[in-house]
Design a protein around this ligand. Structure first.
Ligand SMILES: NC(=O)c1ccc[n+]([C@@H]2O[C@H](COP(=O)([O-])OP(=O)(O)OC[C@H]3O[C@@H](n4cnc5c(N)ncnc54)[C@H](OP(=O)(O)O)[C@@H]3O)[C@@H](O)[C@H]2O)c1
Length: 319
């Protein structure tokens, strides 16, 4: 059976990817930055089939040699590792140079299939896209606009995704990119990632959407996908021979206020942020038809939220 390398294996999304890839019978080379950090990566060793099929490698995205070691004998790579919004200096190097290193390591180790986790933010931050035209994979975030507005994460993800697709074409490596929206849903790891922190904070009366380079005040549309559906999309992109180019990956869209109200109706025991959303007409109009045509489907938003809350409670993050 072939070996698949998953970068940043201990992270929120990547842990689900590792779980699904192991369940499919593949061997996995997972990269982590610290092999001894049980808090961050210990959960991986407890996954079904991990004992026989998962091998962890120490690798930083900025250390090309460590990536070549991890990818040795692999047929494919799912590149997930990336810091999630943290400011310019921290963001650019690992995202852009990191993805370049991954692509060069693929070339060096003769990996011929790569799935890159990009972001919906590499699609939608484009003020010139016609207002009445539905956004799809043809729409690219305007990097200049993002730099001017200090949206470093949007810019870095867009540049790295575009470069990876071009690198693949030039070097005859199959590169498919998946652009997920905000990922919610249960965590396999015991440390909390940025997205789940934003969700968790809502139960504590705090609006912290700014952590995700999203406008915190305006009541804008929030696009959401479940972490398990996101992992499935990545697997489809990996396995389907016809998978090609970019895939927008999002299941639900609702305004921040509507999300808060839904949470309040599902879990009335918590305190939610009130009066902090300014009315906004801004509408996010996109389609995931391309991914659905590849065989993707998704679960209900209620299930995602209920399962998220269960893991928060289990981890003692919500009293
Ligand atoms: N969560 C979302 O809502 C969302 C939405 C769209 C796209 N994405 C994309 O999905 C991917 C995973 O995000 P996530 O939410 O799962 O975040 P996460 O839990 O913070 O995981 C990020 C992973 O990247 C690793 N990493 C960061 N910098 C690295 C470096 N220089 N070298 C090696 N590894 C590095 C981290 O390793 P350590 O554990 O060592 O820090 C961690 O394993 C990212 O590419 C992100 O851009 C996420």
């Amino acid at each position: 059976m072939e070996i698949v390398c998953v970068t940043g294996a201990g992270g929120y999304v990547a842990s689900w990817v590792v779980k699904e890839v192991l369940a499919k019978g593949y061997f996995v080379h997972g990269t982590v930055r610290d092999l001894d950090d049980e808090k961050k990566n210990g959960h991986l060793k407890k996954l079904k089939h991990a004992e026989e099929k998962l091998h962890l490698f120490k690798a930083d995205m900025l250390d090309y040699a460590s990536l070549c070691t991890a990818m040795d004998r692999c047929t494919g790579v799912v590149h997930v590792a990336s810091p999630v919004p943290a400011g310019k200096a921290e963001m650019f190097e690992p995202v852009i140079t990191g993805t370049r290193n991954v692509m060069n390591a693929c070339l060096n180790t003769k990996v011929n299939k790569v799935v890159i986790v990009s972001s919906l933010l590499a699609i939608v931050a484009n003020p010139s896209w016609p207002k009445n035209q539905v956004m799809d994979e043809n729409c690219w975030t305007d990097v200049e606009f993002c730099m001017k507005n200090e949206k470093w994460y949007c810019a870095a993800k867009t540049i790295s995704e575009r470069e990876a697709l071009e690198f693949g074409k030039k070097n005859n490596i199959k590169v498919v990119t998946v652009c997920p929206s905000l990922v919610f849903g249960p965590m396999l790891q015991s440390t909390i990632c940025t997205t789940n922190l934003v969700l968790l904070n809502l139960f504590k009366g705090e609006n912290s959407f700014n952590l995700l380079e999203l406008n915190a005040q305006d009541d804008i549309d929030i696009p959401i996908v479940d972490v398990r559906d996101c992992a499935n999309a990545l697997l489809l992109a990996y396995e389907k021979a016809e998978a090609d180019g970019r895939y927008l990956c999002s299941s639900h869209t609702l305004k921040k206020k509507a999300l808060t109200e839904l949470l309040n109706s599902l879990f009335p025991h918590y305190i939610y942020p009130t009066n902090c959303y300014r009315a906004s007409d801004e509408k996010l109009n996109y389609t995931c038809e391309k991914l659905v045509n590849l065989g993707w489907n998704h679960m209900s938003l209620e299930k995602t939220l209920v399962d998220s809350v269960r893991t928060f409670q289990k981890a003692g993050l919500l009293s």
